[in-house]
Design a protein around this ligand. Structure first.
Ligand code: TYM
Length: 338
């Protein structure tokens, strides 16, 4: 009797990264890491701390080292399980910088000039508009394409970088055949752009000089509640999701993600109540949600040996996977095999 062996279906791959330039914010958590955790159940996930990207802005070396370890611990504290997923530090895996160089040669000056992040950061750091800041998207494309992911879960601010990654990959494939998988961005419907609490027209960012603008996921519960109580809203009295109510829309988005309530349910819950009650409720819900993360983080930082073991194993495995892609690329562009 003839049997037709069916090939086991390939598990879909997820990849994403985060810079170690400060404690992660509630924006990083809601826009990205929360989804990274959820995706682990269904996909093969690969997450890393993007320290190579961090030096496009001048960093204090000792501080960067400390923040990189803390960022790695935070990743695990947020629920990234190094037994299930790959969790590593970008500079430990040399293929990233190597593929970035090749991809830079397939990326145009014009397209890099159009990147809004480059325009923003070069305006902000006018005394250090370095080549790395400019070619940053080629390194990000390398990070992604090395692992052939299907989806890249990011917040809305990274959409343009995903688009250029796809453009570079398609261009390369057109020249050399099917080398790279063309990845899709995975941007959450709610919470893709969490705004500053101090200025809800601006994105919440860890580099904000005003500490009241962002919630760090390690902030103490009383600090979190205080920051939410101070959040800038509007002069109306109605908790409703509507155009022009940037502050309230932002708080409703945060509350909806954290409590799993719809906007209608939130509007009902606070109908007839003032902004004060609403802000306190959001602050308390966020503080409660982040409590176990802070506790996990404190525990993990007590066990540096464990963290080291995890990031070393992660880097070894990441190197194995990414080397296959890099070798193929080297061959395609014509480098003599060694
Ligand atoms: P980074 O470190 O700025 O941010 C990490 C993730 O958090 C998301 N994010 C937000 N989401 C919602 N609201 C906000 N206010 C908010 N702020 C940040 C970001 O969209 C991101 O998903 N270049 C990347 C890191 C990187 C990367 C990669 C990501 C390097 N290589 C490869 C994906 C794939 C960055 O600087 O993210």
């Amino acid at each position: 009797m003839e049997t037709t062996a069916t090939k086991p279906e390939r598990k879909k791959v997820i990849l994403s990264g985060i810079q170690p330039t400060g404690v992660f914010t509630l924006g990083n958590y809601i826009g990205a890491i929360r989804n990274w955790k959820a995706l682990q159940e269904e996909y093969l996930c690969e997450y890393f701390i993007a320290d190579l990207h961090a030096i496009t802005v001048r960093q204090d070396p000792a501080k960067l080292r400390r923040q990189t370890l803390e960022a790695y611990a935070l990743l695990l504290a947020c629920g990234i399980d190094p037994e299930k997923s790959l969790a590593f530090i970008q500079s430990h895996v040399h293929t990233h910088a190597e593929l970035a160089w090749v991809l830079e040669c397939y990326t145009q000056f014009g397209e890099l000039s159009r990147m809004t992040q480059f325009k923003d950061k070069s305006a902000k750091h006018a005394d250090n508009v370095n080549a790395g800041l400019f070619s940053y998207p080629a390194l990000m494309a390398a990070d992604i394409l090395l692992y052939k992911p299907d989806f890249v879960p990011v917040g809305a601010d990274q959409k343009q970088h995903l688009e250029i990654t796809r453009d570079i990959a398609i261009r390369f494939n057109n020249l050399y055949g099917n080398v790279f998988r063309i990845p899709d961005a995975y941007i959450p419907k709610t919470g893709a752009r969490v705004m500053s609490l101090a200025d809800p027209t601006k994105k919440m960012s860890k580099s904000d000089e005003n500490v009241n603008g962002f919630i760090s996921i390690l902030d103490k519960p009383e600090t979190i509640v205080k920051k939410f109580k101070r959040a800038v809203t509007d002069s109306e009295m109605e908790v409703a999701y509507r155009e022009g109510k940037d502050g309230i829309n932002n708080l409703m988005t945060i509350y909806s993600v954290i409590t799993d309530k719809s906007f209608e349910e939130i509007e009902q819950e606070f109908s007839g109540k003032g902004y004060g009650d609403f802000k306190t409720a959001v602050g308390e819900a966020v503080a409660e949600h982040l409590r176990p993360i802070r506790e996990n983080f404190d525990r993990l930082m007590q066990d540096k040996g464990y963290l080291e073991q995890c990031y070393k194993t992660g880097a070894e495995r990441a190197l194995q996977i990414s080397s296959r892609t890099l070798e193929k690329v080297y061959k395609k562009v014509g480098f003599l095999a060694n």
